[in-house]
Write a protein that binds this ligand. Structure first.
Ligand code: NAD
Length: 336
């Protein structure tokens, strides 16, 4: 029986990289019927709505989605469809691994850490306004709940336990944000007592950013609130070759949406030069979620092989390269 999975090609480079990913998945022999749905800017053009009801119904029905990046206008315009999807399906956990691949020239080798980002609360609650019509000030309300914190912190500890990880670092700003970050830290410290086999420590976000750049090897699983997690995961991707190598999973109780960490990259969209690996590695996470560990492992091995050889890699990994998105995907398929 084939799986049915929602496919949202997305905006900008989205169709190019999700097209590459679906070809790679097909080459493993795992049968997937893609329920293709349009969201984001492309959906506004077609349906006058960045998140048509059909997309929601499709994810509700299929439980699993592979999603290309969706553009969110900066400052004005419609609210983020990514945030709306995370809220709609209570995709409370955003799992963002940062793992080195041999052959990528970057600051470090052998980085292997996982960021667990709370995905539905705090400054992404969407509760914000100008205080008056003259826009003399603006207010964003960051809500951190006990339930929301408990579930993401427990997710991080459980993830560490089930994936052979040794340490969980809770990242916060509880010295200044004494209530929101303070609550998160307090809950984390209390929960850690239930997991004596896992070493737990905490870091203030500003120090964390510096420590992650200076010595990423002191970290294993990092758990934090929404905004800090968003920023830290881009930083972590910079340690392993950049956004082209950073996959992510948005996981809820019943539904999961797999995607790259990066956005729609308007600066390179349509040129066929985007690195497809982030969304291919997100597909690896998706296949693992579906119980297709063998296919997942084969794809990861094929990606590793192509990167190690260094010939068929896109220019973000080698500035002298003229290899296209599709050519890199072809090389991965050949390795499979
Ligand atoms: P971005 O992640 O799209 O791009 C940042 C930089 O990384 C750019 O220089 C881009 O060319 C490069 N880059 C990104 N992905 C790449 C890839 N696969 N291969 C090679 N280079 C790659 O960030 P941005 O420019 O700040 O955001 C663009 C749009 O994407 C915005 O509308 C933003 O809201 C949206 N966005 C969406 C998501 C999502 O859908 N989950 C995530 C982040 C940003």
């Amino acid at each position: 029986m084939p799986y049915t999975v929602t496919l949202i090609p997305g905006d900008g480079i989205g169709p190019e990289i999700t097209g590459a990913a679906t070809r790679v998945i097909e080459a493993t022999g795992v049968k997937i019927d893609w329920d293709t749905q349009i969201a984001g800017v492309s959906a506004i053009e077609k349906y006058k709505d960045p998140l048509p009801q059909g997309v929601i119904e499709s994810i509700a029905r299929n439980k699993v989605a592979l999603k290309g990046p969706l553009t969110t206008p900066i400052g004005t315009g419609f609210r983020s469809v990514n945030v709306a999807l995370r809220k709609e399906f209570e995709l409370y956990s955003n799992l963002r691994p940062a793992k080195s691949f041999e052959g990528i020239k970057s600051r470090y080798e052998n980085v292997d850490l996982v960021i667990v980002r709370e995905n539905t609360e705090e400054f992404y609650s969407g509760i914000e306004h100008y205080v008056d019509a003259k826009k003399s000030a603006a207010e964003t309300i960051g809500i951190v709940t006990r339930t929301g914190s408990e579930r993401i912190l427990r997710f991080a500890f459980e993830y560490a336990l089930t994936h052979g990880r040794k340490k969980v670092t809770i990242v916060h700003k509880a010295n200044i944000l004494k209530y929101t970050s303070g609550l998160f830290l307090e809950i984390g410290r209390n929960l850690s007592k239930e997991y004596p086999q896992i070493e737990t420590n905490d870091r203030i976000i500003d120090n964390m950013a510096m420590q992650l750049v200076m010595n990423p090897f002191q970290f294993d699983v990092i758990v934090t609130t929404n905004l800090f997690g968003d920023i830290l995961s881009d930083l972590a991707s910079g340690l392993v070759g950049g956004l082209g190598m950073a996959p992510g999973a948005n996981i809820g109780y019943n539904n999961s949406v797999f995607e790259a960490v990066h956005g729609s990259a308007p600066d390179i969209a349509g040129k066929g030069i985007a690195n497809p690996c982030a969304v291919i590695l997100a597909s690896v996470m998706m296949l693992e979620h579906l119980g297709e560990s063998d296919a997942a492992g084969r794809i990861e091995g094929a990606v590793a092989g192509v990167i190690k050889e260094g010939k068929k890699v896109t220019r973000d990994l080698n500035p002298a390269s003229t290899v296209t998105t599709d050519e890199m995907a072809d090389a991965i398929i050949e390795k499979l």
